[in-house]
Design a protein around this ligand. Structure first.
Ligand SMILES: Nc1ncnc2c1ncn2[C@@H]1O[C@H](COP(=O)(O)OP(=O)(O)OP(=O)(O)O)[C@@H](O)[C@H]1O
Ligand SMILES: [Mg+2]
Length: 254
């Protein structure tokens, strides 16, 4: 196994707040890595830097052997690294299926001249996308809602739509920011199973922020614990669970 993602000594401050304060972590290919930590620990800020939505003040981020810390988010997405957001970004005024169809990057139809120059290819690609969208919606139990406005979905369903949409572009690595938040327990169990299948059958790699401890412990191959912008513990779920520093960090926040 080799590292798909290496974050090395990354820092990010907002005014006087050291949101991420010298953070390093490794994500091996085809694994699920959990990131936990109390509110304000710097988890989302870390994701923002890895996915190109914020530039680190210093440090390096290497994805598949290439430095990506200076790349824009769309360039990082093009390399195969896609993220979802803590607050779902589904487009509320269009349908669930349209949300899915808008997702694939660099589809042929995107460039207007392709419609004139290569209409057949555009049609074939669209049909392929549609099939993929339908099959993903089915596996996330959203197919019956395909014609509803995304804005009409529950919080949990919007979250699932966002994950399904991220999968449209067949990423190699997915960053999920609190995927289980607001998702009911039955769908949560399905999502957990689905993520494991994507790792095992589709060779996908995951970095997942989650506050739901039983879920992230069950899901992760390896866990990093952040507090005040630093990694305070890391290891197998059963190791992290026993680490007193982790308990202290959570209790300290109460
Ligand atoms: N754009 C910003 N401007 C100013 N401060 C920010 C900004 N983004 C994050 N912060 C601060 O940085 C710190 C880390 O925030 P971050 O959102 O990364 O934490 P988190 O671990 O994701 O927390 P949560 O579990 O609540 O989502 C917090 O103190 C937060 O207030
Ligand atoms: Mg967060």
């Amino acid at each position: 196994m080799s590292s798909m993602l290496s974050v090395r000594n990354v820092e990010k401050s907002f005014g006087g707040i050291h949101a991420v304060d010298g953070c390093s972590l490794e994500v091996e290919e085809k694994t699920i890595v959990g990131v936990i930590g109390p509110n304000g620990a710097g988890k989302t800020t870390l994701f923002n830097m890895v996915s190109g939505f914020k530039k680190p003040d210093c440090g390096t981020i290497v994805f598949k052997g290439k430095d990506i810390e200076d790349l824009a988010s769309f360039e990082i997405a093009r390399q195969g690294l896609i993220r979802t957001f803590q607050i779902s970004k589904a487009l509320t005024k269009i349908s669930v299926l349209e949300n899915m169809m808008l997702a694939p990057q660099f589809q042929h139809g995107e460039k207007i001249w392709n419609v004139w120059l290569r209409p057949k290819e555009v049609k074939v690609q669209e049909e392929k996308n549609r099939k993929r969208a339908i099959s993903l919606l089915e596996s996330f139990e959203l197919l019956r809602l395909k014609d509803e406005y995304a804005g009409a979905l529950s919080g949990g369903q919007k979250r699932l739509l966002e994950i399904a949409r991220a999968l449209m572009s067949e990423p190699e690595m997915l960053l999920l920011d609190e995927p289980f938040s607001g998702v009911n327990p039955t769908l949560g169990m399905r999502l957990l199973k689905h993520i494991k299948e994507l790792r095992d059958d589709c060779k996908m790699t995951f970095l997942i922020i989650e506050h739901d401890m039983p879920m992230i412990m069950e899901l992760s191959d390896f866990i990093y614990v952040l507090n005040k912008g630093k990694v305070i513990s890391s290891g197998l779920p059963e190791e992290v669970r026993k680490d007193e520093r982790v308990l202290d960090a959570y209790l300290g926040g109460i």
